[in-house]
Design a binder for this molecule. Structure first.
Ligand SMILES: [Zn+2]
Length: 488
């Protein structure tokens, strides 16, 4: 019988767009997801999948689990310093109270920036190591849209990162970490982490080639020879930090030089894919022209840069205006973030018809606010959509009809993940000719099941979508596409 291990779980996660007109504070965490010790639901969130994954294996591994707080805020602007310090210190206090522990498992995002800290996860991991000492095992999962720093590697034993974008594998990645941590605790393996800086930033969807093949390849390499795990940090172009960029992370069983070699090899291969990984990005006109002649029902147009999942407000009205300008009927759009308009619609009630101003209130880049005669079709308290096994809150939300088009307004920001964002309101997404969704690629998996024609409209907004010209002040390394050959 294995001896019992004390395992501490924690999760603090958000993705900070340092260019966003928004700011993030504790209310954003509480609105999105906030679970005090013992209160984490059975279903995972994206970054807290380590909770259900650890619980599921506790009996088998003889783990005695102590849960700390788990929190997640929808990607947004720079995190208020008091909020960061509160979340950090709360988790560290919970850890100190749980001591002695043998294992710490954290569900992190890896792109959190506060007013006073450019590498919140690095700061947290260093503080955790300080408390638990070098004998304890620290394992963490990350989102690939993150900024890997030296501090992460120095202060963890194991790192696993979602391989898929859309992140359909977040549960699997957490489960994988449990197995590796357990084997480490038995002395069965001695993990060492290698990483390679690809010195590039690119959009890397794995739903298509060449990234599809690359992910399949690294998965096949796992378990071969000394290789325990391989993952890719895609990087996050909207975070102005020193470590911005793609990296390959290889974890081997006590084989630093072999891991370094493999990371460099795979990193060079990834670098060679730069400029070839994106789907066809269309202008506004191209996307609508194509949609109008498409035979598919529905056609999906993704408003890829007005993606709340990338930290912008998600209140652009540009695509809605285009629908109205073209007099397109039988269309639905999700979502425009406007808590004030939602509140007004609730006050008016279902069936009400009136003049409403909504959208485009947070920046001059998101078009003009809409002033329109609307019909309130449905008003739903605490509306949700699904993303894989997780349930994503939209807050109070309404379905309004504007010029014959169905529009969902929400009060808690979220990108679109699943067609149930429409059907949960009573809109049948399969009966619509045109669906507009705000999301870069996370929508793809679920929407590809109901649509034969998915179009990516690249419309400028508040998101800093051109890393060549974005005004970075903390990024001092040379990376592609800012320089043609950063590897010299
Ligand atoms: Zn991500």
């Amino acid at each position: 019988m294995q001896s019992s291990k004390r395992v501490f779980l924690g999760s603090i996660a958000t993705e900070t767009n340092t260019f966003s007109p928004l700011r993030t504070d504790i209310l954003d965490f509480k609105e999105s997801f906030y679970a005090p010790p013992g209160m984490h639901p059975k279903t995972p969130t994206l970054c807290s999948a380590v909770y259900p994954a650890a619980r599921a294996r506790a009996a088998e591994f003889n783990w005695q689990i102590v849960e700390g707080t788990a929190s997640w805020a929808e990607p947004g602007g720079i995190v208020n310093q008091q909020t960061w310090e509160f979340l950090r210190d709360q988790l560290l206090t919970e850890l100190r109270t749980a001591m002695p522990v043998n294992i710490v498992i954290l569900g992190l995002h890896g792109a959190m920036v506060s007013q006073g800290c450019l590498d919140c996860e690095g700061e947290l991991l260093a503080a955790v190591r300080e408390i638990v000492g070098t004998a304890a095992i620290i394992g963490a999962t990350f989102d690939p849209h993150s900024h890997l720093s030296k501090r992460w590697i120095e202060n963890t034993n194991l790192i696993t990162i979602f391989k898929e974008f859309p992140h359909t594998d977040f549960v699997e990645v957490a489960e994988n970490l449990m197995t590796l941590v357990h084997r480490t605790s038995l002395g069965d393996i001695n993990p060492v982490i290698s990483s390679f800086d690809c010195k590039m930033i690119e959009v890397l969807p794995t739903s298509r080639e060449p990234m599809r093949g690359f992910v399949d390849k690294i998965k096949a390499l796992e378990g071969q020879g000394s290789v325990l795990s391989i993952s890719v940090i895609h990087g996050f172009m909207a975070g102005d930090v020193p470590d911005l960029g793609s990296r390959v992370v290889v974890v081997t069983d006590n084989d630093q030089s072999g891991g370094d070699r493999l990371a460099a090899e795979l990193g060079a291969e990834l670098f060679s894919m730069r400029g070839k990984t994106r789907p066809e990005f269309l202008t506004l006109n191209e996307a609508f022209d194509k949609a109008e002649v498409s035979k598919a029902v529905p056609v999906v147009i993704a408003d890829i840069w007005d993606n709340p999942g990338g930290g912008v407000p998600g209140d652009s009205t540009i695509l809605l205006r285009e629908l109205l300008r073209r007099r397109i009927k039988n269309a639905a759009l999700a979502t425009i973030w406007d808590p004030i308009a939602v509140r007004t619609c609730f006050s008016a009630g279902e069936g009400a018809q009136f003049q409403l101003r909504f959208g485009a209130k947070m920046s001059k880049f998101a078009g003009e606010p809409m002033d329109a005669y609307v019909i309130v079709r449905r008003a739903v308290r605490d509306a949700v959509q699904s993303f894989g096994q997780s349930i994503v809150p939209l807050g109070d939300a309404v379905w309004i009809e504007v010029g014959g088009i169905d529009v969902i307004l929400n009060s808690v920001r979220s990108q679109v993940f699943n067609p149930d964002i429409f059907s949960n309101f009573g809109i049948n997404p399969k009966s619509k000719k045109t669906l507009i969704v705000k999301s870069t690629n996370h929508f793809y998996d679920a929407f590809s099941r109901i649509s034969q024609d998915i179009l990516y409209a690249a419309v400028d907004g508040p998101y800093p979508n051109d890393p060549k010209t974005n005004s970075y002040s903390n990024l001092t390394r040379d990376i592609w596409p800012r320089v043609e050959n950063p590897h010299g």
